[in-house]
Design a binder for this molecule. Structure first.
Ligand SMILES: CCC/C=C/C(=O)SCCNC(=O)CCNC(=O)[C@H](O)C(C)(C)COP(=O)([O-])OP(=O)([O-])OC[C@H]1O[C@@H](n2cnc3c(N)ncnc32)[C@H](O)[C@@H]1OP(=O)([O-])[O-]
Ligand SMILES: Cc1cc2nc3c(=O)[nH]c(=O)nc-3n(C[C@H](O)[C@H](O)[C@H](O)COP(=O)(O)OP(=O)(O)OC[C@H]3O[C@@H](n4cnc5c(N)ncnc54)[C@H](O)[C@@H]3O)c2cc1C
Length: 664
């Protein structure tokens, strides 16, 4: 999707060497022909609208940036209403506007929290107002003193039966809500997580809908202290978001603003727990983690698109006699650093599509009161979220390095992409929960219970604990069954080792604590197996378009084998492969990189990103990088004057003094 404005296409030669149908790959990437069409239309709509320009964003002050975000959000909403966009179209429009803001939390957490934890009556009351933006909501869980440990939150909601109200209170400084996006300046309401106290008893954390600001003049309501928590990492970047602080001084809300799907407080103050598992309190986090995995492939594919196109344009060395230099994309080191990231972008895309299916499936089962798949959904979302976000953050930084000096310029788009992306590693938690799930499964397998879903492989324990890989030539590694077997054996053996070592500890909790680094590694091995498996399963589907499946097969092999190479220690120490088999995998990787090379630019074109969305002079579709870099430099406010501000006060006196000294 070019919107480069009719410049000569410097990458045409690269595109001509592609050995597959790019349109077919666009469909495989987007999920369907319809998805390609809608995404394309929304991306163009945003790219052609001057209000959504973002090329000078990193030069704005925080206040200007925030106002710009409010403007863009309001304009996006206006376009959504005017054009009567569907939910799918509206979500894509917001994606392509590409500026973090309060709307992300309104749609991404506030609305899902009410949907997941509110009764039907509560949904009927609150959702229509939220859908029309008559109220703006955020998700206020984390506090100054506690983030990961949700049970440690201190905000209280004490029921007062005489008034049929809850009293929301922040008893300590550390109980101040701290971090919620959209809270600082924009939200009128929040879903607040607080300790429910009734009849003198603390029933732990529950969700409450609380109005924070006046709907007339936006001022905080009595007893509510609100503000922004301050500037964050990077210029532009996540500073468009008003992450906020909130304190309550005995603020009263009606009883029916407690989210009551999971448990209720009666008019008399009795606490009643329904038959819904209490873990559904964390349901909004499961939903968001699933979207974060999908976002990982978007961020990673953007970075890779920039690095691949620029590496095809950039030339260094290679000519002894004044002839053309070598494209840096032809260097084997560049390929071995970049192509695994390209393969990862596709791998995360497909696992993200599968995770969305899993989430929908669990949600339907929950509606039918079948809670059996909840633990797996929790483990998969938490684990995949953790693994894909940290790998993506590392990959964006790697892409910056792969673009050399120019990658460090804001106009490359990479510094801002990194700064916006990197908090995804922090918000929404880590991997420990997956490890607990694995340990439970190992224990169940020992009792003869047959695991299902993503842990079904653990049921094959007899074979996987002893099997030796049959790989004998580099090409043997092209067999998906060979790959799957060693990834399953590695994950299972690491989990079983942990379980055996925990059983030697004085208590299970001590064992867990002592072995937590090993548990984390076992969890990562399990999650990598899921990603590899879902890629392999994708390839078993009908994938139309000449050459499309063949390219994806190569990328799947690269994804799996680069992990094998990177974690060779795991595979060797668990005895899954021999050193020679490890070397054969590496040999095949080199051959696969050479096969991907002529397709690299077309493989990133298949992401179908506009130049607006990429936001990078290095990643331009037409490859006309140098004039764009040159032009971009002149937009910097420092270039508004030839002689800089401060010359008279600080440079001139210095220079004059040196003149005097030199005359002495
Ligand atoms: C755009 C970005 C916006 C960002 C927004 C945010 O950051 S918002 C803020 C985001 N904040 C964070 O992300 C905070 C991160 N912190 C966490 O996620 C915490 O680890 C915790 C809240 C899960 C711990 O809770 P705890 O101490 O109460 O629990 P426990 O460990 O004792 O486990 C008890 C049982 O529950 C199970 N279970 C747990 N979770 C789920 C689930 N989601 N589903 C289903 N089940 C779940 C677990 O497996 C265990 O099962 P078992 O073994 O009894 O059968
Ligand atoms: C940009 C951004 C946006 C956010 N948006 C929201 C929002 O909208 N709403 C909201 O409520 N919150 C939000 N948060 C808060 C976020 O969810 C928390 O920061 C996150 O859950 C981590 O908690 P923490 O900051 O308290 O870190 P801590 O829990 O203090 O973690 C510090 C370190 O301790 C480690 N650690 C903690 N517990 C354990 C353990 N049991 N075992 C081993 N290691 C452990 C962590 O891995 C980490 O290395 C946001 C945060 C950021 C950065």
């Amino acid at each position: 999707m070019a919107d480069g404005g009719g410049e000569p296409d410097q990458l045409a030669g690269e595109r001509a060497t592609a050995q597959f149908d790019v349109d077919g790959m666009k469909v495989a990437w987007a999920g369907s022909r319809h998805a390609v069409e809608v995404a394309d239309r929304m991306a163009r709509l945003v790219a052609s609208d001057p209000v959504f320009r973002k090329d000078t964003r990193t030069m704005l002050s925080r206040k200007e940036l925030f106002k710009d975000t409010l403007k863009k959000a309001a304009h996006a909403w206006k376009r959504i209403v005017e054009l009567r966009l569907t939910e799918e179209e509206a979500n894509l429009l917001r994606l392509y506007v590409d500026q973090p803001g309060y709307v992300d939390l309104h749609w991404g957490m506030f609305v899902p929290a009410i949907k997941g934890q509110g009764t039907e009556e509560q949904q009927k009351k609150w959702l229509p107002m939220a859908y029309k933006f008559q109220i703006i909501g955020c998700y206020a869980q984390t506090e100054l003193g506690h983030g990961s440990n949700v049970q440690g939150l201190e905000t209280t909601a004490t029921f007062d039966p005489s008034a049929d109200e809850f009293v929301m209170h922040s008893p300590t400084l550390t109980s101040s809500k701290w971090w919620p996006g959209g809270l600082g300046k924009a939200s009128t309401h929040a879903v607040v997580y607080a300790r429910l106290i009734t009849e003198g008893k603390d029933y732990g954390i529950h969700g409450f809908i609380v109005q924070l600001r006046s709907l007339d003049d936006h001022s905080p309501l009595p007893g509510v202290t609100l503000g922004d928590i301050g500037g964050k990492f990077g210029s532009g970047a996540y500073n468009s978001m008003d992450n906020g602080v909130l304190r309550f001084d005995h603020v009263r809300i009606p009883r029916d603003q407690m989210l009551m799907r999971l448990s209720q407080v009666t008019r008399e103050g009795k606490y009643v727990h329904s038959d819904v598992p209490k873990q559904l309190l964390y349901g909004t986090m499961v939903y968001v983690r699933q979207t974060i995995v999908a976002d990982a492939s978007k961020a990673l594919s953007r970075a890779v698109c920039i690095a691949v196109r620029y590496s095809a344009i950039r030339k260094q060395f290679g000519s002894q006699d004044g002839g053309p230099e070598t494209q840096v994309l032809n260097y084997k080191t560049q390929q071995s650093r970049l192509f695994p990231l390209l393969a990862s972008a596709y791998a995360y895309r497909f696992v993200g599509q599968w995770l969305k299916w899993l989430y929908t499936d669990v949600t339907q089962k929950l509606e039918a009161k079948d809670y059996s798949t909840l633990p797996e959904a929790h483990a998969c979302t938490a684990g995949l979220k953790s693994v894909t976000t940290s790998a993506t953050a590392d990959a964006i930084e790697e892409c910056r390095k792969l673009c050399g000096g120019h990658g460090y310029l804001n106009s490359s788009g990479l510094p801002e992409l990194f700064a916006v992306y990197v908090p995804a590693c922090t918000y929404e938690g880590d991997n420990v929960q997956v490890a607990r799930f694995l340990m439970k499964t190992v224990a169940q397998v020992a009792t003869g219970k047959q695991p299902v879903g993503t842990i079904a492989y653990m049921g094959n324990i007899q074979h996987l604990m002893q099997c030796k890989s049959a790989v004998n030539t580099a090409e043997d590694w092209l067999n998906p069954a060979a790959i799957k077997e060693v990834f399953e054996a590695r994950a299972l053996r690491m989990a079983v080792n942990c379980a055996q070592n925990i059983s030697k500890a004085p208590s299970q909790e001590e064992g867990f604590s002592e072995l937590s680094p090993d548990l984390l590694e076992a969890a990562v091995a399990h999650v990598q197996l899921i990603i590899v498996t879902k890629f392999i399963e994708k390839l078993q589907e009908d994938i139309p378009g000449p050459g499309v499946k063949e390219q994806l097969q190569k990328l799947c092999s690269i994804y799996a084998l680069h992990l094998l190479h990177k974690h060779l220690g795991d595979f060797l120490s668990t005895g899954c492969i021999t050193a020679r088999q490890g070397a054969l995998a590496n040999e095949l990787l080199g051959k696969l990189y050479a096969q991907v090379r002529p397709n690299a630019v077309a493989l990133v074109d298949a992401f179908d990103y506009t130049d607006h969305y990429l936001g990078s002079v290095l990643g331009r579709y037409d490859g006309d990088v140098y004039p764009a870099l040159y032009e971009e430099a002149w937009k910097d406010p420092l270039n508004e004057t030839v002689v800089p501000d401060g010359y008279q006060e600080h440079l001139r006196p210095l220079l004059k003094q040196q003149l005097k000294l030199s005359r002495l």
